[in-house]
Design a protein. Structure first.
Length: 289
């Protein structure tokens, strides 16, 4: 009797569910000395209606033993295009393409069971992270330490990345295949760093306004604002800063005073300071030069 439903993994529900069988095909072993049977099914999830593909393999080498020692053939299911227990990579437009390429290919290798390639790939991901942060010289050991010294990663993440580097070295140089659990731990470390740098930071900026990190950031914003106005345009400092952003008055006063000093000594020539009456309660005015 043809099977109407099967229990297999649904890539949308993210767990095993009952599926309606839409179509079936079979391959049976032609070898009389070794038995296997492959059943190919097009299936539709009874929960979300997602249509996918299930391969069930029954072979004499995959058995379990009951308490009395009798063998039981255990069917193995594989779902396509997403495999059960697969790992979802982080997705963010903020992640640089060099990092994203190495990272996503490494996750794909992990999901395909290619743990040797995955461990080498995650080492390459760390290399890409260093390159994107201007660290392209020296050994990976040195570059990871510099990521810590520059405040890009924490001291704890630095130590964890060194462990990932050791595993990657063993895979690359000694062709030593790590087990899945070790690769998953390395992935967790890398995910934590990438989340902090390219996901959480972006969400934070979208919701909460940063204070000025330093004068260089303040001047960069001013210069960008100047480029949006014609020569001769006049206004206060607010005219050259993004309208949607909020600022601490103490920071603004501090960096505006530094800007005025650069204008006075001729090191900043894109603005000139407009005359201001001594008793004026309004902010200083500027002209675009």
């Amino acid at each position: 009797m043809e099977q109407k439903t099967v229990n297999c993994y649904c890539p949308v529900c993210k767990h095993r569910t009952h599926h309606e069988v839409l179509g079936v095909g079979n391959n049976v072993s032609p070898d009389e000395e070794y038995f296997y049977n492959e059943t190919y099914r097009v299936v539709k999830c009874c929960g979300c209606d997602h249509v996918s593909f299930d391969l069930e393999v029954v072979e004499e080498g995959n058995v379990e033993y009951d308490q009395e020692g009798y063998e039981t053939l255990v069917p193995v299911h594989t779902s396509y295009p997403v495999k059960e227990n697969s790992v979802e990579p982080i997705s963010s437009w903020e992640m640089p393409s060099l990092i994203q390429r190495a990272y996503k290919e490494s996750v794909e290798a992990l999901n395909n069971g290619s743990f040797l390639l995955a461990s080498i790939g995650f080492r390459a991901t760390v290399e890409a992270l260093c390159i994107e942060n201007g660290l392209d010289k020296g050994t990976l050991n040195t570059k990871i330490n510099k990521l810590r010294d520059k405040g890009i990663i924490t001291a704890a993440d630095c130590e964890r990345l060194h462990e990932a580097r050791f595993m990657g070295n063993e895979s690359a140089h000694q062709i030593e295949k790590p087990d899945r659990q070790h690769v998953l731990i390395v992935l967790e470390v890398i995910n934590n760093i990438l989340n902090n740098l390219y996901v959480i930071d972006k969400k934070f900026k979208d919701v909460i306004e940063y204070r000025f990190k330093d004068y260089a950031e303040f001047q960069a914003l001013i210069e960008k604002g100047i480029d949006e106005h014609p020569k001769g345009a006049e206004g206060t400092i607010y005219m050259f800063l993004p309208e949607e952003r909020k600022y601490r008055k103490t920071d603004l006063d501090k960096y505006e005073a530094e800007l005025q000093q650069h204008i006075a000594d001729g090191t900043f020539t894109k603005l000139s300071v407009l005359p201001k009456p001594k008793d004026s309660k309004y902010r200083q005015g500027y002209r675009v030069e």
